[in-house]
Design a protein around this ligand. Structure first.
Ligand code: ADP
Length: 443
């Protein structure tokens, strides 16, 4: 029914009954009683209305649907409609709170930073990623001007110029950020930040790698091309010179081949499509091969000894062979004639351990942390002289990562170096044998 009617019909009926009652009293008992009772009834009605108004005003101070008073007459309808409105409102509010909580959670999981500001750049809210990227603190900085919080000249210029359709690349707090301001609603703006530090680093590594690899390949190619030009322009070269040229070309060809093979190995080791397939690595057989190779490379110029008393390990035989061989061949190549190279394999407190100790040229401290970078060499000319590709220790690092093993390097210039590989204890295949860790010579 029409709410207007719902209100007016009972009110009119009630007023008519009152007037009728007063009229009847007047008729039977005279005007004094009739008017007196009529006035008293009107006063009672007014009092009832005031009472419910008072209760309504009390309820409005604390408008909880549960505490809504019961009414009488038209108030019953008013209160029940207020109750429905209040319930609807409470439901909307609960839904809104849930949405807000969900929105906040999604924003806090976002890897990109989001800062909400008003039209004059006063901070209203920011998510944890923005706090991390820009050094803000939502609870502390709320209501402050963003330009006072992010003190960076490039950011200031970006704000002054106001070319918000273009993102800005910002170096801030040792991070590289892509920042953009997006105006929304009438008087609000969002500042979005995207951290590109890692992708920039990878991109730089990729660029460096290509530049280094091209440079490494260019040198032997230049040598080969030079000799080929000589051979084609001078038909009657004497056989000795020709043989010397051919020898040098073959050497450079081998160098290029080694380089390409090492690059392919690195690519394979980094590929997720090339998972480690662990098997039992019979260490004694592996070490025997390594010692043979080292002796062949040294050609009697060094004393090579080995002490082995350790367990077999689980891993890739081929990858560990190349790792140990890299370390041993480095020891041979960077130790002058007459030097000593000691290999050892033992069960240490932390796990199975392979060590290569030499008394060669050694490495000064500032280079040690960078040795496993691709193409990093302490002395470029010496590395080339010794046929090094500059990728050996980078390969070692990747193989060891795949085996959860650690490489540690101790070295002193002019005194020699020790390269130690430590496997986790779980990698050992002991067959119940207790290893004392004391060394037993096997070769
Ligand atoms: P390379 O092919 O040049 O030997 P590596 O990655 O195997 O490349 O080694 C990187 C650099 O580490 C070498 O160029 C060399 O300067 C240094 N290095 C490695 N092993 C030794 C060692 N046993 N003694 C001294 N220097 C070493």
């Amino acid at each position: 029914m029409n709410p207007q009617l719902l209100f007016w019909v009972p009110a009119t009926v009630r007023m008519s009954l009152l007037l009728l009652g007063a009229g009847i009293l007047w008729f039977f008992f005279g005007p004094t009683i009739g008017l007196g009772v009529g006035l008293a009834s009107v006063c009672l009605m007014v009092f009832i209305q005031l009472h419910y108004l008072y209760r309504l005003s009390g309820w409005l101070d604390n408008p909880d649907s549960e505490k809504l008073p019961d009414g009488w007459g038209a108030w019953t309808d008013i209160f029940s409609r207020l109750y429905r409105l209040r319930r609807h409102d409470e439901k909307n509010r609960t839904e809104l709170t849930e949405w807000l909580a969900r929105f906040r959670q999604a924003m806090s999981l976002l890897p990109d930073g989001v800062v909400i500001m008003d039209d004059v750049l006063f901070l209203e809210w920011c998510n944890p990623a923005a706090e991390k990227h820009l050094g803000l603190k939502n609870s502390r900085d709320k209501g402050m001007r963003v330009t006072n919080l992010i003190r960076n000249p490039d950011f200031m210029d970006y704000i002054i110029l106001g070319r918000y359709e273009q993102p800005l690349t910002l170096s801030l707090r040792e991070r590289k950020l892509i920042v953009q301001i997006i105006p929304f609603e009438n008087r609000r703006q969002i500042l979005v930040t995207h951290d590109v530090t890692e992708s920039e680093r990878i991109e730089m590594m990729r660029r460096d790698f290509i530049a280094n690899a091209s440079h490494e390949l260019r040198t032997p190619l230049t040598v080969i091309n030079g000799f080929l030009e000589i051979a084609s322009s001078q038909a009657n070269l004497d056989p000795q010179t020709r043989a010397a040229h051919l020898k040098l070309m073959t050497e450079q060809g081998h160098r290029m081949q080694n380089l390409v093979e090492d690059m392919l190995t690195l690519t394979r080791l980094e590929s997720i499509d090339y998972p480690l397939r662990p098997e039992r690595v019979v260490i004694n057989n592996l070490l025997e091969q390594i010692v043979e190779e080292a002796k062949a490379l040294s050609a009697g110029r060094h004393t090579i000894t080995i002490a082995a008393d350790g367990p077999d390990v689980r891993g890739s035989t081929e990858e560990l062979r190349s790792t140990f061989s890299n370390l041993v061949s480095n020891a041979v190549r960077y130790t002058p004639e007459g030097g000593q190279i000691k290999l050892s394999w033992k069960m240490s407190k932390t796990g199975p351990q392979f060590a290569v100790q030499d008394n060669g040229i050694g490495i000064s401290a500032e280079h040690i942390t960078r040795l496993t970078e691709r193409f990093y060499r302490v002395d470029k000319s010496r590395s080339r002289e010794t046929q090094g590709t500059g990728l050996g220790l980078a390969i070692v690092k990747h193989v060891l990562l795949r085996h959860d093993a650690i490489l540690s390097i101790e070295s002193k210039p002019e005194h020699g170096s020790t390269f130690i590989v430590t496997f986790p204890k779980t990698a050992a295949v002991t067959d119940g044998i207790e290893y004392s860790g004391e060394r037993a010579a096997v070769g």
